[in-house]
Design a protein around this ligand. Structure first.
Ligand SMILES: [Zn+2]
Ligand SMILES: [Zn+2]
Length: 254
């Protein structure tokens, strides 16, 4: 079963989505190939070895990057010698991640049959030193393909969205997806969340790609989330502890 853990789909000749549909998180990772190197946006849960999948898709050197340093996006980082991170989440890579290993293992095992190759007793939250620290507006040059870093805090302090100018693809991580959005942890910031959604609203993507759940997200979805958060803000509800708000196929927990 370990071999079938990932579902790989081709978006275009140089872009792939690698999904973990067998887990309730339904995490998506994206491989963006340039003429010189490839960028792997998020490395998933770490239940199965994503490196074995990506080397079937590219022969270029691969740099890993996470939309943010949460356990479900950095699970496969250990397989890559080079990875980049936003400076505002550096402390989560050196022993200060706020969740315990037991809690993460509980979330990894809940609601899913783990592959026989996965031994949670050996699970360790990834820790390491990034080969490069990123800031808002930085670019990652892949060769005939330039990826712009958009610092989008709110779900987490160093959350990043990625703008692929060549294809007009916007990778939105945990800031925007269909399902329950989380802005309730102590490390979240509901006001920053709105500002980040407003920031990505300035872009006109041909397609948006989330880090979880359905890949079928119309580009107008960003404006819907923005309008809903602005309305909550007008009612002074865009703050921690105000509860859960439902909007059909998405909701937000504050
Ligand atoms: Zn997250
Ligand atoms: Zn996530």
């Amino acid at each position: 079963m370990g071999e079938n853990w990932f579902t790989v789909e081709k978006i275009n000749h140089s872009t792939f989505v690698i999904s973990e549909y067998l887990h309730p998180e339904e995490t998506h990772c994206y491989l963006l190939c340039g003429s010189q190197k490839a960028l792997l946006i998020d490395t998933g849960l770490g239940i199965s070895n994503i490196y074995h999948e990506v080397i079937k898709l590219t022969d270029k050197p691969i740099v890993a990057i996470a939309t943010h340093i949460h356990w479900d996006h950095i699970g496969g980082h250990k397989h890559f010698s080079e990875f980049y991170a936003h400076r505002d989440e550096l402390c989560w890579l050196c022993g200060k991640f706020p969740l315990t290993k037991d809690l993460i293992c509980h979330m990894l095992a809940s609601g899913c049959d783990l592959p026989s190759t996965c031994n949670l007793a050996e699970y360790e939250l990834f820790q390491g030193s990034p080969s490069k620290l990123l800031d808002d507006g930085d670019r990652i040059e892949l060769g005939a393909r330039s990826i712009k870093i958009l610092h989008t805090p709110g779900h987490s302090p160093g959350h990043m969205c990625f703008w692929d100018e060549t294809n007009r693809f916007l990778f939105t991580g945990d800031l925007i997806y269909k399902g329950l959005l989380y802005a309730n942890y102590p490390s979240t910031d509901p006001q920053a969340y709105l500002k980040s959604v407003e920031k990505i609203s300035a872009y006109t993507p041909a397609k948006i790609f989330p880090a979880h759940h359905s890949l079928d997200i119309p580009v107008e979805y960003i404006a819907q989330v923005q309008n809903a958060l602005r309305a909550l803000n007008d009612r002074h509800l865009l703050c921690h502890g105000s509860g859960k708000f439902d909007y059909g196929d998405w909701s937000i927990l504050l």
